[in-house]
Write a protein that binds this ligand. Structure first.
Ligand code: PLZ
Length: 445
């Protein structure tokens, strides 16, 4: 089948939203629950490379990749090929009913690519939240303990257990309780907002956490310490060096499992295959989703073989988990990441973003901090001269950029962070164009 070639350019032909999008937005309002948000008010016709083309013909630079999902780009060639082949062969049998090779291939790839050379095993699910849920199930069976340690600003999903693990109340938790018991939230090493000396943030946070676990929970009750290597929804909070290794050691010394939620940081995003690779941290369990399958729904749980094998037969599963179509897509996506060296590409994108965003931070005091790693960067916006969050500036910048055909995503406990997650196949000129429009938006504030 000939490939569609979507011109890699920004085109704004109509107001955003244009008339056709407006019509669909009206239908959406009438038919779809009002509880679902919308980052940009345009309806998509097609997408590829670094752009999303809407139904009015506007071509918008995509700085979100569907929340760090289409790292390999939308409809990447190898993803299309593998999916089409699979759809013709069969669409579903259920892996627990009659297994198929694609599932095993994906587990082998996860076992090979995730941090650590030890013997690992995997299981596949549908969503990031489901992978996190299963990490807790496995950790509780293996350790025969129940307490789960999570962190301020953490995000782990929208199911009941993962809502309880997620920090931010509005919009994720408000009114949806009661939440599951035995979840304990610890201080996060967040240098920009650390009350003590930022240089001492990692050591002080680790001391505090160790003290709180000992006094308030009891180490002997802790099944798992669960953390995102870089916190995503919470505002791209990069823990200072030493914090993650310190937590992993704390878990190990006390018979608990260290679980890395790599749902957002995984698959080349940070300029390493996984976020934990940066400091050589080797988790006992790793959750993956988002970037794993080029846009098809799939999630993985990977960990030490003896941990993953500790659960009784048929204790894990699900009807659709590890769908053959999603597995085919994942194999195409993983091959693309490796063949096109997207890990290196994420570093190059990161270097451009850090330089450009750093220059903007020097000009515009509304930028309190530029932070991130690789192609996962953000700016935290403040009232100039303070660290007070500035959500109004965030809103204004996003709106300005949308009107010029640039899609930006937001984040942060204080709703004052703009995050940049371009597809790793975005042409450099488009990335630079998006950043120059961001500069205009900052100047117009
Ligand atoms: N763990 C670290 O980032 C999903 C959520 C978007 P699911 N983040 C995007 C929204 O508002 O729902 C995420 C994550 C981390 C788990 C999850 C959950 O992954 O695939 O959305 O269930």
């Amino acid at each position: 089948m000939p490939r569609r070639e979507i011109p890699q350019q920004r085109v704004v032909k109509t107001a955003i939203p244009g008339p056709k999008s407006q019509e669909l937005i009206a239908r959406r309002s009438d038919a779809v629950s009002a509880a679902l948000g919308m980052a940009i008010p345009v309806f998509v016709k097609e997408a590829g490379g670094g752009v999303i083309v809407d139904v009015d013909g506007n071509s918008i630079i995509d700085m979100g990749a569907g929340i760090a999902v289409v790292n390999v780009g939308n409809s990447a060639d190898l993803v299309i090929d593998r999916v089409v082949e699979q759809v013709h062969a069969f669409t579903h049998t259920c892996f627990m009913v009659a297994p198929y090779q694609g599932y095993v291939d994906v587990c082998e790839a996860l076992n090979r690519l995730t941090p650590g050379k030890h013997k690992k095993k995997s299981a596949l699910f549908n969503s990031g939240a489901e992978a996190v849920e299963n990490a807790i199930k496995v950790a509780r069976v293996f350790t025969k303990r129940s307490a789960v340690i999570v962190f301020e600003h953490g995000y782990h999903g929208r199911t009941n257990l993962t809502m309880g693990m997620t920090a931010k109340n509005m919009p994720y938790k408000e009114g949806f309780g009661p939440f599951a018991p035995e979840i304990y939230r610890m201080p996060m090493a967040y240098p920009f907002r650390w009350l003590g000396d930022p240089a001492e943030c990692a050591a002080q946070a680790l001391d505090l956490i160790s003290h709180k676990i000992e006094k308030e929970i009891g180490f002997q009750n802790v099944a798992a310490i669960v953390i995102e290597p870089i916190q995503g929804e919470g505002g791209f909070i990069v823990p200072p060096k030493g914090f993650l290794p310190g937590l992993a050691k704390l878990a190990k010394d006390n018979g608990a499992l260290f679980v890395a939620d790599e749902v957002q940081t995984g698959f080349a995003r940070t300029g390493e295959m996984f976020g934990c690779d940066d400091e050589g941290v080797i988790p006992d369990l790793i959750t993956t989703a988002k970037g794993i399958a080029g846009g098809l729904p799939l999630a993985g749980l990977t960990g030490r073989a003896e941990v993953m094998d500790s659960v009784h037969l048929s204790g894990l599963g699900g009807t659709f988990g590890g769908s053959p179509i999603s597995c085919a897509a994942a194999l195409g996506a993983i091959e693309t990441i490796e063949r096109e060296n997207l890990v290196e590409r994420a570093r190059e994108i990161g270097a451009i973003m850090v330089a450009e965003l750093g220059a903007m931070a020097a000009k515009y005091p509304v930028i309190g901090e530029v932070r991130g790693r690789g192609a996962m960067q953000a700016i935290e916006l403040v009232i100039p001269g303070t660290t007070e969050p500035n959500p109004a500036a965030m809103q204004a910048i996003v709106k300005y950029c949308q009107s010029k055909g640039v899609l930006l995503l937001t984040a942060g406990t204080y709703s004052n962070v703009i995050r940049f997650l371009p597809p790793l196949v975005m042409p450099e000129q488009l990335l630079r164009e998006a950043l120059s429009i961001l500069d205009e938006a900052l100047a117009a504030l």
